[in-house]
Design a protein around this ligand. Structure first.
Ligand SMILES: Nc1ncnc2c1ncn2[C@@H]1O[C@H](COP(=O)(O)OP(=O)(O)O)[C@@H](O)[C@H]1O
Ligand SMILES: [Mg+2]
Length: 630
C-alpha cells in the first residue's frame, strides 16, 4: 500500500470530521433552547444572557483586558508544539549548542509568560466574579425584603436560602470560569486546527477522522449529564429546605420523640442527593476515558502511519513530513482533543448555571404584591385616627376572613379586640400597616386611605408588637434599637425602665450587652414580650399595635406586663389584643369579633349591660379566676 492509496480515505474522513465539527457547534448553540427541558426552564437563553450581561457591564474594561491576556496564554498552546518540533529536529541533526539554547530559552520564556498570563487572568476574573456575586446577592436579598407577607408565606425559607447562597454562586462561577474557558477553548480549537493545517494537510485530515466519534460521545454525554445535573440541583434544594425547616423545628421534633423518623426522612433525602452526585460522577467517569481513548487511537494512527514509512520524509503538496512534524503533531493532537472534551462539559455546566440564573430571576421578577402607587404621599406626622370602612379581607381568594368590618378609633384612644381564636383579631391588626392588602372597603388613617400613603412612611408611625416576638441574634441593645444609631443607651435604659424590662436586664451580668441567641431562645416568653415593648416604644410610634402572646407567662412577669401595658395605653393610640379581659377593662372601646364579623362594640360597662358575648366571656374568666383563688 502506498500513500496515494490511503489518501482518498483520509480526505473522506477529514471531510466527515469537518462537518461534524460544524454540527457540534450548531448543535450546542441552536439546541440550547430546547435543552431547557432538562432543567425545567422557561426563559430563553438569550433573555438570560442579556440579563446576566447587565451585571457584567460595569466590568467590561476588565473583561477586555482578560480577553487580551487570554490570547497570550493561548499562544503558548499553539506555538509550543512547533518549538518542540524544531528542537527535536535540531537534536536529531548534528546540532549546535547555541541554537538549541536559543530555542530552549524562547520556549521557557513563552511558558513563563503564558503561566503569568493565566495567573493574572484568573486573579482578575476571581475579583470580578466576587463583585458580581455580591451585587447579585444584595439584589436578591433586597428584593426578598420588598415582598409582602403573603408572598413570603408562600416561599419556603430553605428555597430562598438556596437562591441567595448557592444559585448566585453558580452564576458567578459562570463569569469567572465557564465563559472564559468556553471562549478560550473555542479559540484553541480553531488555533490548533489552523496550525495543524499549515503544518501538514494529511495528518490534519487523519486527526479529523476521529472527530465524529467525539461528537457522538458528546451528544450521548450531554443527554445523561443534563439529567444528572438536574438531579443534583433538585436534591440540594430539597435538603436545604428540609434543613432550614427542621433545624428551626428541632425542639418540636425532640418534644414529640420524632427524632428517628425525621432522621430517616433526612437520610432518604441525603442518600438521594448522594446517588445523584454518584451518577453525575459516573457520567463524567465514562465520558473522559472515552475521549482519552480516541486521543490515544489518533496518536497510535499517527505513529502507525509514520512508522510504516508512509509519511516519513514524504513530500505532499510541497510539505515534507519529518520527525519534527510528527513531534509537533503528537502535541497538537492532545491540545485539540482536550478543549473539545472541555467544551462538552462546560456547555452542560453553562446550562446548569443558566438554570440557576433563571431561578434567581424568577425570584427577582416576583413583583412585590404591596407597593407604593404613583400618587402616594409622605406623612411627617399622624394624629392616630383610624377608621375601617366596610372592610372585606381574605388570605386565599373566596375564603373571607373579615366580613364587612367597620369601626373607628380616635387619636389617643385605646381599642381592644376580643374574640375566640381564629376570629380575625391578628388579621385586623396586620391590615392597618398594610402587611396585607384588603379586597374590599377602605382603611383610613387621619381620613387618608392607607393606599395613598407611602408604605415606609405609614409603617414608621406604627409600632407593631406581633404575636410571636422575634428576636434576632445579637445583644439586647441591638434588638431594641434595630440598627438605629441615633438612639442612645440612656434612651434605651429609660424605655426598658418604662416597660419594666430593667427588672430582669439588671440581673444579667452584661446588662444591655447580654447576648441574644437565635430567635431569642435564651429568654423567657415574658421577657421577650417586654423586650418587644421596649423595641416598639423606643421608636416613638404614634399608634401602637399589640398582639399579646398567648404563651404561658409566669405570674411575676405577667404583673410587669400588665403594668407596662397600662402605661403604654397612655402614650398614644393603641390597638390591642389582650387575653386577660382585666387588662382591657379600661379601654375606650372594646370590639368583639366572631368569625370575622363585629358582633358587639362599646366600653366595658356598656358591653356588660348588653349581656351578650362579651358578658359571657367575662363571666367565664371571672369564674376561672375565682376558682384559681379558691
Ligand atoms: N397567613 C395566613 N394564610 C391563610 N389563612 C390565615 C393566615 N393567617 C390566618 N389565617 C386564617 O385567618 C383566620 C383568622 O386568623 P387570625 O386573625 O390569626 O385569628 P385570631 O388572631 O383572632 O386568633 C383563621 O381562620 C386563620 O386560619
Ligand atoms: Mg391572633
Amino acid at each position: 500500500m502506498n500513500i496515494h492509496e490511503i489518501y482518498p480515505l483520509l480526505v473522506l474522513g477529514g471531510i466527515i470530521g469537518l462537518f461534524s465539527v460544524i454540527f457540534i457547534v450548531a448543535y450546542a448553540t441552536m439546541k440550547n433552547k430546547k435543552e431547557a427541558i432538562g432543567f425545567d426552564r422557561h426563559m430563553k437563553d438569550s433573555e438570560i444572557i442579556v440579563r446576566l450581561i447587565r451585571y457584567a457591564k460595569p466590568y467590561i474594561p476588565q473583561f477586555i483586558i482578560v480577553g487580551v491576556i487570554m490570547l497570550i496564554s493561548i499562544a503558548y498552546d499553539i506555538i509550543s508544539p512547533l518549538l518542540i518540533g524544531r528542537i527535536e529536529e535540531i537534536l536529531s541533526g548534528g546540532f549546535e549548542m547555541s541554537e538549541l539554547f536559543a530555542y530552549i530559552i524562547v520556549y521557557a520564556s513563552i511558558l513563563i509568560i503564558s503561566l503569568a498570563a493565566t495567573y493574572v487572568q484568573s486573579l482578575m476574573l476571581q475579583k470580578i466574579g466576587q463583585q458580581i456575586l455580591s451585587s447579585l446577592r444584595e439584589d436578591t436579598f433586597t428584593h426578598i425584603e420588598s415582598l409582602s407577607h403573603g408572598q413570603l408565606n408562600s416561599m419556603p425559607v430553605g428555597k430562598l436560602v438556596t437562591r441567595v447562597a448557592n444559585d448566585t454562586g453558580a452564576i458567578s462561577m459562570m463569569f469567572t470560569n465557564l465563559l472564559v474557558n468556553l471562549i478560550k477553548n473555542c479559540f484553541i480549537i480553531v488555533g490548533v486546527f489552523v496550525a495543524m493545517l499549515c503544518l501538514n494537510y494529511m495528518l490534519t485530515l487523519m486527526v479529523l477522522c476521529f472527530v465524529p466519534f467525539i461528537i457522538l460521545f458528546t451528544v450521548i454525554f450531554r443527554k445523561f449529564s443534563r439529567k444528572a445535573y438536574r438531579r443534583v440541583k433538585d436534591g440540594t434544594t430539597d435538603i436545604n429546605t428540609f434543613l432550614s425547616e427542621n433545624l428551626s423545628g428541632m425542639k418540636i421534633t425532640q418534644v414529640f420523640n420524632r427524632e428517628d423518623r425525621k432522621a430517616a426522612e433526612f437520610e432518604e433525602k441525603n442518600q438521594r442527593l448522594g446517588k445523584a452526585k454518584h451518577k453525575q460522577i459516573f457520567v463524567f467517569g465514562i465520558f473522559r476515558p472515552m475521549v482519552y481513548m480516541l486521543y490515544i487511537s489518533s496518536v497510535m494512527a499517527l505513529f502507525y502511519l509514520s512508522g510504516s514509512g508512509y509519511i516519513n520524509d514524504t513530500e505532499f503538496l510541497g510539505q515534507t513530513i519529518d520527525g519534527a512534524v510528527l513531534v509537533s503533531f503528537y502535541m497538537f493532537i492532545s491540545r485539540f482533543f482536550n478543549p473539545i472534551q472541555n467544551l462538552a462539559e462546560q456547555f452542560n455546566r453553562m446550562q446548569s448555571a443558566f438554570a440557576s440564573a433563571e431561578k434567581i430571576f424568577t425570584v427577582l421578577d416576583t413583583k412585590p404584591a404591596i407597593v407604593d402607587e404613583p400618587d402616594t404621599i409622605e406623612l411627617d406626622h399622624i394624629e392616630g385616627n383610624i377608621e375601617f370602612k366596610n372592610v372585606w379581607f381574605a388570605y386565599n381568594e373566596g375564603e373571607w376572613v373579615l366580613r364587612d368590618v367597620s369601626f373607628k378609633v380616635n387619636a389617643k384612644e385605646t381599642v381592644a379586640f376580643v374574640g375566640s381564636t381564629g376570629s380575625g383579631k391578628t388579621t385586623i391588626l396586620s391590615l392597618i400597616c398594610r402587611n396585607y392588602d384588603i379586597q374590599k372597603g377602605e382603611i383610613l388613617i387621619d381620613g387618608i386611605n392607607i393606599k395613598k400613603i407611602k408604605i415606609s412612611s405609614l409603617r414608621r408611625h406604627f409600632g407593631q408588637m406581633l404575636q410571636d416576638v422575634f428576636l434576632f441574634s445579637g445583644t439586647i441593645r441591638s434588638n431594641i434599637v434595630l440598627r438605629d444609631e441615633s438612639i442612645t443607651d440612656e434612651e434605651v435604659m429609660q424605655v426598658c425602665d418604662y416597660v419594666n424590662a430593667t427588672h430582669f436586664i439588671s440581673k444579667l451580668t452584661k446588662g444591655l450587652d447580654e447576648e441574644v441567641r437565635e430567635r431569642g431562645n435564651n429568654f423567657s416568653a415574658g421577657q421577650r414580650q417586654l423586650l418587644s415593648f421596649a423595641r416598639t416604644i423606643v421608636h416613638k410610634p404614634a399608634v401602637m399595635i399589640l398582639d399579646e402572646a398567648t404563651a404561658n407567662i409566669d405570674t411575676e412577669t405577667e404583673v410587669l406586663i400588665q403594668d407596662s401595658l397600662e402605661k403604654m395605653m397612655n402614650i398614644g393610640t393603641m390597638l390591642i389584643v389582650a387575653h386577660r379581659l382585666s387588662t382591657i377593662q379600661h379601654a375606650d372601646k372594646i370590639i368583639v369579633l366572631s368569625r370575622g364579623e363585629i358582633v358587639e362594640q362599646g366600653n366595658h360597662d356598656q358591653l356588660l349591660k348588653l349581656r351578650g358575648r362579651y358578658y359571657d366571656l367575662y363571666m367565664l374568666q371571672f369564674k376561672k379566676e375565682q376558682l384559681n383563688k379558691g
